[in-house]
Design a protein around this ligand. Sequence first.
Ligand SMILES: Nc1ncnc2c1ncn2[C@@H]1O[C@H](COP(=O)(O)OP(=O)(O)OP(=O)(O)O)[C@@H](O)[C@H]1O
Length: 247
Amino acid sequence: MKAITCQGVRFTYGRSEVVCGVDLEVGQGELLALLGTNGAGKTTTLEVLLGQRRPAGGRVRLLGRDPFAERRRLAAEVGVVPQESGLAPDLTVAETVRLWLRLHRRDRVGPVSAELLGELDLEHRAAVRVRQLSGGERRRLDLAVALCGVPRLLVLDEPSTGLDPESRQRTWALLRERRRQGTTILLTTHFFEEAEALADRVVIMDRGRVAFTGTVADAGGPGALAAAFHRIAGGPPLSPDATEQSR
Ligand SMILES: Nc1ncnc2c1ncn2[C@@H]1O[C@H](COP(=O)(O)OP(=O)(O)OP(=O)(O)O)[C@@H](O)[C@H]1O
């Protein structure tokens, strides 16, 4: 069973179709990076596959389940970093993590909270309120919250946006470690080097469609992803044959 399957998924805001027949598969334990220009449909695709939006067409399976019908059941197994952080501004960092651990019915809340804050380099900010955090610190707290439920699958919408280079490296190390332990990860990013550093496979979306699926090597190797992206997202979509061959 694949961790994620999307077949012919479509989504429409009003009359405008922004996800136009997307096919996407993420294998168990795989890390897939989803790239695309602003407005390509990445966030909407993630929202559909998380069951937050009902698709206008197509089929979605998350860990073998229909995410729209079984969203609550999947919540414990899927850790999510949304594009916009929605954490309570008046809770402290430590209170936020402990609250989410309790919501997931975790035991050893104190020690696990300390571990997570350590992993995300937030222990020195434990007593600070969310609204007083910097953008990068808030992003790291979003990731800590996504990890509160022992997820089999992580769905991360631009998880490293706002992080300084050192925090980005630490976050990459954390994601690599989680992947090594068997967690499946789907993330969106605008950073080519992030996709090159982390991803088993890359999907490039262009105007609501999948324009490329393949490994970094298929896209020309490390350092060549940016050029491939601009060729694909800047010009006409690749032919279906080219996409198929790169799978
Ligand atoms: N709530 C909404 N109502 C109407 N249109 C929307 C809404 N949310 C997104 N859109 C439109 O849907 C299209 C796809 O947006 P989406 O946020 O999925 O793209 P994206 O690839 O994630 O972009 P970005 O890289 O900027 O985050 C865009 O044209 C956007 O303007």
